[in-house]
Design a protein around this ligand. Sequence first.
Ligand SMILES: Cc1cc2nc3c(=O)[nH]c(=O)nc-3n(C[C@H](O)[C@H](O)[C@H](O)COP(=O)(O)OP(=O)(O)OC[C@H]3O[C@@H](n4cnc5c(N)ncnc54)[C@H](O)[C@@H]3O)c2cc1C
Length: 389
Amino acid sequence: MTIERVAIVGAGMAGLTAALALARRGIACDIIEQATRLEEVGAGLQVSPNASRVLAELGVLKTLEPVWNEPDHIALASGLSLRALANVPVGRFARERWRAPYGVLHRTTLQKALLSAVEKQPSCRLHLGARLDHPSLDAFTAITGHRPDLVIGADGVWSQVRTIMPQAPVPTFSGNIAWRLTIPSRKAPPAMKVNAVTAFMGPGAHLVCYPLKELDGYNVVAISTGLNPGQTWQAHASTRQHDLLMQQFSLWNPQIRELLSQARDATFWPLYEVERGRWHNDSTTVLIGDAAHAMMPFAAQGASMAIEDAARLAVHLGRPGPLPARLSAFEQERVARTDKVRNRGAFNRFAYHARGPVRLARDAVLSLRSPQSLAADLDWLYGYDACDP
Ligand SMILES: Cc1cc2nc3c(=O)[nH]c(=O)nc-3n(C[C@H](O)[C@H](O)[C@H](O)COP(=O)(O)OP(=O)(O)OC[C@H]3O[C@@H](n4cnc5c(N)ncnc54)[C@H](O)[C@@H]3O)c2cc1C
């Protein structure tokens, strides 16, 4: 079966990248997005070389390079002493080793760059302010005026499209929440470095910060145990939630505690994971991005996996053969890849949040690793080419 027209639900990283990748193969796309306009939701994103390679191929990278930061390295540091424990080089090193850059930017900057590229594609049509509550082929036809050959559910962790999929994966609350703060450069504590992504690690929690050009300051995300506020990207902290945050960081360095104590008005997200399940129904519908496999942000790979999914789905749909076989091949390949990334995230979670003797052993092992050997551990992740036919 030749795919000529698809409906994509969701104009996030997965949906917009899929539209661009499919348009290049001559497949027309209707993108259905509930938001009336794309505004600031979420926070900063680290875009690793496996994703920036896809963005380069789709012609989007050149609009990001002038507005993002390319840190020199990713630093792992103790949240208690602030001592640097290890560095993974990125910056020029990433461009040479993985043939693509490592950048940090605001999520909205990436979304807008993708959107502007989609708008230039005559075969892509965007339907903003169109929320889909009961997905069905008739519902898509009513919004777009066409019956799609395939529906792509790129509608995020609380996907509606997933609800019509037999044996679909289920989202569960991880028990962790992510706090988001921004700090103007002039107020940043000395531990925040302008040329690095820094991950501070401490018992039961970690905190990541990096400079964003858009803010003239730092994006800070603190991850620890917390109470579930329900399905939201942006909950406002209650006193109880903030007290819980301060408890989690009670043993941390005063510089970090001071920062967090001022975060009473900060927003936070509950961290949900989408576990294993079927991503397609053999005929009309397939899931990509967080709708299929939302993961904890311990490897900073959720958006990058969404971008990879989009590129790989376009490759598989461009191949000959029956559609169910192509969808199955896509799912099989992507489950293997995203499982591996998830495992890496679980390892990072164990290492970042370690306590007692495990923490001491971690610090000793990390101090012995050279930057090059830590980078070599990431070749399988950052060297991956999702556009490979
Ligand atoms: C704290 C934190 C830090 C992170 N840091 C990183 C990082 O550094 N690097 C990285 O790669 N990833 C990171 N991630 C993960 C990343 O943000 C997500 O994996 C990524 O945004 C998923 O993209 P998506 O397009 O699949 O879904 P989303 O970005 O959630 O987009 C889904 C879209 O679908 C729309 N939609 C939903 N339901 C409907 C409906 N019923 N009808 C119409 N439209 C609908 C939504 O409005 C939205 O626009 C982080 C996540 C968190 C929580």
